[in-house]
Design a protein around this ligand. Structure first.
Ligand SMILES: Cc1cc2nc3c(=O)[nH]c(=O)nc-3n(C[C@H](O)[C@H](O)[C@H](O)COP(=O)(O)OP(=O)(O)OC[C@H]3O[C@@H](n4cnc5c(N)ncnc54)[C@H](O)[C@@H]3O)c2cc1C
Length: 434
């Protein structure tokens, strides 16, 4: 099936148009083939290019590189998460492992940004886990105990302080954690495309249709031509399943975000001229909402289990209305037409929120499934899967491989029913904060 993104992502539309887009139009042969050019695939390609400067490396994307989830996310590079089921004290060891991986992810992005002098609006502003429900204080206090044990710095804030810091009196309680970065995901991923080493060839608008392994060769079929490769790394995240990778362990979710125009001077003054901030929800289906450095408000408050291949405009409009309501709840006095753009992207989930980092077969590798932490963990996993596929070792691989592994999903139709029922339940639990 042909993968089609919407073309309305504000982060991407702010970037200069790329030229010299190459598609696959003749048969090719290479040592290394990477499928998917988001944070994972581009980081794998960068690392392979360094490790094997004399080998031919090809990276292919079904659309324009970086214009999947990697260029259309909310831009939180996280050091901690609350909503992944690993916060109770008996799960502390799992949480420690997870936080260790997040930290390595931040370090990987930081190193890239420093080395290539990337301007991606990097702001070490920390983030708020916030709720409008007073009773959610208990969830935050429990979470703060976990954070204390791990040595994270945090503060609890209440309505009055939050009004000052965020410019809205919607939230009653929040736990602010000092770690984590807000950034411009489009600028970051564009820099990763620009940083591809010379021996890496990028082909775009070229969808992998079928693949098979024949003895020592991997044969990949595209629309008008084929690529044969000695080794392959699958980095298609939300589309791993559709390519037959770890099908019993991952499934796609469609997330949608909307962004307002920049607030006018008067509008900005009316909310107290807050500094750039990012809020994550206390309950999984609550809204992620962020004030950007250019005074735009970004909101993401939907997650759906849909066909990931086609973004339908009418569906996007419906989601955009939900995001308009989310913004109005928090900033009632802003004008009704303040949302300027809405877009969707596809991510990948596993049952227990653990990531995929695997050798699937001889010479076949895959990395993906990062929940809400793909900026850092995707960059890390991309680099490290390239090292693993090169039969080399690293301390990062040891940490990654000691994580809890993804757990088995139920078969269809139970999966479909189960995921949809869970989403309805979580939406109900988070209703006030959507
Ligand atoms: C709205 C939204 C908000 C998010 N917010 C955050 C956030 O704040 N922080 C965070 O860390 N993460 C966030 N995420 C998740 C994050 O964007 C992803 O985890 C991350 O982009 C995954 O990177 P990736 O390279 O593995 O996958 P992708 O960026 O999805 O790249 C996979 C690529 O594979 C390509 N592909 C698929 N099938 C084929 C095929 N058959 N042939 C060739 N190519 C193919 C796709 O076109 C795509 O470009 C968000 C995601 C969305 C959609």
């Amino acid at each position: 099936m042909q993968l089609v993104n919407d073309s309305t992502c504000e982060w991407l539309n702010q970037l200069p148009t790329r030229i010299n887009i190459k598609t696959i139009n003749k048969n090719e042969n290479c040592e290394w083939l990477i499928i998917g050019a988001g944070y994972t695939g581009l980081s794998a390609a960068r690392k392979l290019g360094e490790l094997h400067p004399n080998q031919r490396i090809i990276i292919v994307d079904a659309q324009l590189a970086g214009e999947g989830a990697s260029g259309r996310n909310s831009g939180y590079l996280v050091d901690t998460t609350l909503n992944d089921g690993f916060t109770s004290s008996k799960e502390l060891n799992k949480y420690i492992k997870k936080a260790e991986i997040y930290n390595l992810g931040i370090e990987a992005v930081k190193k890239f940004v420093k080395e290539y002098q990337v301007d991606c609006d990097w702001n070490e502003s920390g983030k708020y886990f916030a709720s409008s429900k007073v009773e959610d204080e208990i969830i935050l206090k429990n979470f703060s105990e976990t954070l204390s044990k791990l040595g994270f710095r945090y503060n609890l804030f209440y309505k009055k302080e939050l009004k000052k810091k965020l410019g809205t009196n919607f939230y009653n309680v929040a736990l602010y954690t000092k770690g984590g970065v807000l950034l411009h995901p489009g600028k970051l991923i564009r820099a990763m495309i620009d940083a591809l080493p010379k021996n890496v060839e990028l082909y775009e608008n070229s969808s992998l249709l079928e693949w098979k392994k024949n003895k020592d060769v991997i044969f990949c079929k595209f629309k008008n031509s084929n690529i044969t490769s000695k080794k392959i790394i699958f980095c298609t995240n939300g589309f791993l399943r559709s390519l037959g990778i770890k099908t019993n362990y991952n499934f796609p979710l469609t997330l949608t975000a909307s962004m307002t125009r920049s607030l006018s001077d008067d509008e900005f003054k009316s909310i107290g001229e807050p500094q750039e901030w990012g809020v994550l929800p206390v309950r999984p289906m609550g809204a992620t909402i962020r004030m950007t450095k250019d005074r735009k408000i970004l909101i993401r408050n939907t997650a759906e289990f849909l066909n990931p291949f086609k973004m339908i405009e009418a569906e996007l409009k419906k989601r955009s209305i939900k995001q308009y309501i989310g913004i109005k709840k928090r900033f009632p006095h802003l004008p009704n037409d303040i949302i300027e753009s809405s877009w969707s992207g596809v991510v990948s989930r596993t049952r227990n929120s653990s990531q995929i980092f695997d050798q699937i077969d001889d010479n076949i590798f895959a990395a993906g499934c990062y929940n809400g932490s793909g900026i850092g963990v995707g960059t890390l996993f991309g680099e490290q899967i390239a090292i693993k596929a090169s039969n080399e070792h690293s301390s990062e691989i040891e940490v990654i491989e000691s994580r809890v592994k993804p757990s088995l999903l139920p078969p269809e139709p139970l999966l479909n029913i189960g995921v949809k029922a869970r989403l309805i339940y979580e939406r109900f639990k988070a209703a006030s904060d959507i």
